[in-house]
Design a protein around this ligand. Structure first.
Ligand code: NAD
Length: 365
């Protein structure tokens, strides 16, 4: 039987640091649960630019198309700020998402009991929180044409275009409804139909997909700005939120703070189903390369480890192992172990990135 294949792309900044901890977890599952992956590694982002002059080599792109899942750390950093837009590290990530057609970005916001006090919101508002934001991720204003900075009269104008086709909205709506059926059966769709035509079409198509194929799922619509307020006021009213690329980017970062730290948030981006019945998939923490703490052993590896847990669940049908891993993280946090980003105002001594990884592996055992 062929082994499940995993391509690891550590990237830049804290990406390689947090990925080192994921490798420990992968090794543990290999030894103790007979989970034998065919693991390959490659460069992305600034690291790929330094080696090849491009943020994603064509060979890496080809590899990503072949494997069962890609696990990515993070890309970017100030060193690359002055590069032409087409060479910036983030373009490597966008190319992966675009060419693998990864259109549904799943961002769970889950509050671990041990961290409920740590949230900027009151404990009863966040304790037990478990919501999933489904962000459309291959279209919208990050990809729409025309785009650029142009001369107009005696000044320049910056242009980006928000553009959605019916089929793009249809497929991401289906992902959200399918997911809701496996959760609490509720979808809230967010757009700005009051001021954007793309929002009017979004609302119409989501409602149509619902009425035709998912009438059993409870559907509501909300303007994205009101949605941001509701996320802070009473987030537990939501189960699955489906929204476009730009609003999803903002709303999921806001949801990050509900759970305490960007360092706790994993994500999955799923595409079309392949011949083996699994969706194309890339897993990555929500956070960036955190240049302010890179190389200091301060990064929280949990978001990246939880991203691997999502890979176990969605790409490798190993839900039991995913539960084990999440349970080990809950146990470590309950013991009081914290990386620097999780230290509350009362202070304490933070543990390092590698100490957190070791503690999670020990808790698995
Ligand atoms: P960031 O997520 O890198 O950092 C924001 C803040 O959160 C920083 O103070 C950082 O120290 C902290 N933080 C982030 N992850 C953490 C972790 N695991 N543990 C502890 N603290 C953590 O966002 P930014 O500063 O806006 O961006 C930095 C670079 O990353 C930029 O080049 C940006 O383009 C890039 N970026 C990449 C991705 C990605 O690869 N998916 C996502 C966002 C930003």
């Amino acid at each position: 039987m062929t082994k499940p294949s995993l391509l690891i792309l550590p990237g830049d900044g804290i990406g390689p640091e947090v990925m080192t901890e994921v490798r420990k977890v992968i090794a543990w599952f290999g030894t103790h649960r007979g989970l034998d992956f065919d693991v390959s590694e490659d460069l992305v982002g600034g690291a790929a630019y330094d080696a090849h002059g491009t943020p994603l080599h064509d060979d890496t792109m080809a590899k990503a198309q072949e494997v069962d899942a890609v696990l990515l750390g993070a890309v970017g950093g100030p060193k690359y700020d002055s590069l032409d837009f087409s060479l910036k590290p983030e373009r490597g990530l966008l190319r992966l998402r675009k060419e693998m057609d990864l259109f549904a970005n799943l961002r769970p916001a889950q509050c671990f009991d041990a961290l409920a006090d740590f949230s900027s919101l009151k404990k009863d508002v966040v304790a037990g929180l478990d919501i999933m934001i489904v962000r459309e991720s291959t279209s919208g204003v990050y990809f729409g044409e025309p785009r650029g900075i142009f001369e107009e009269g005696n000044e320049r104008v910056g242009i980006n275009t928000q553009r959605y086709t019916e089929s793009e909205i249809d497929r991401v709506a289906r992902s959200a409804f399918e997911l809701a059926r496996r959760r609490n059966n509720k979808v809230c769709s967010m757009e700005k139909a009051n001021v954007m035509e793309s929002g009017v079409l979004w609302r119409e198509i989501v409602q149509k997909v619902h009425d035709e194929d998912y009438p059993d799922v409870e559907l509501s619509h909300m303007y994205a700005d009101a949605g941001a307020m509701q996320l802070c006021r009473w987030p537990k009213q939501f189960d699955v939120i489906v929204t476009d690329n730009l609003f999803g980017d903002l709303l999921s970062d806001a949801a990050a703070m509900l759970t305490g730290s960007l360092g706790m948030l994993p994500s999955a981006t799923l595409g079309p189903v392949m011949a083996n019945g699994r969706p194309k998939a890339m897993y990555e923490p929500v956070h960036g390369s955190a240049p302010d703490i890179a190389g200091q052993g301060k990064a929280n590896p949990i978001a990246c480890i939880l991203s691997f847990a999502m890979a176990l669940r969605y790409s490798f049908d190993r839900g039991e192992e995913a539960d084990m891993l999440e349970g080990a993280i809950e146990k470590v946090l309950a013991s009081g172990a914290r990386t620097a980003d999780l230290m509350g105002p009362e202070g304490g001594t933070p543990i390092s990135t590698s100490e957190m990884g070791d503690a999670i592996v020990a808790a698995l055992g």
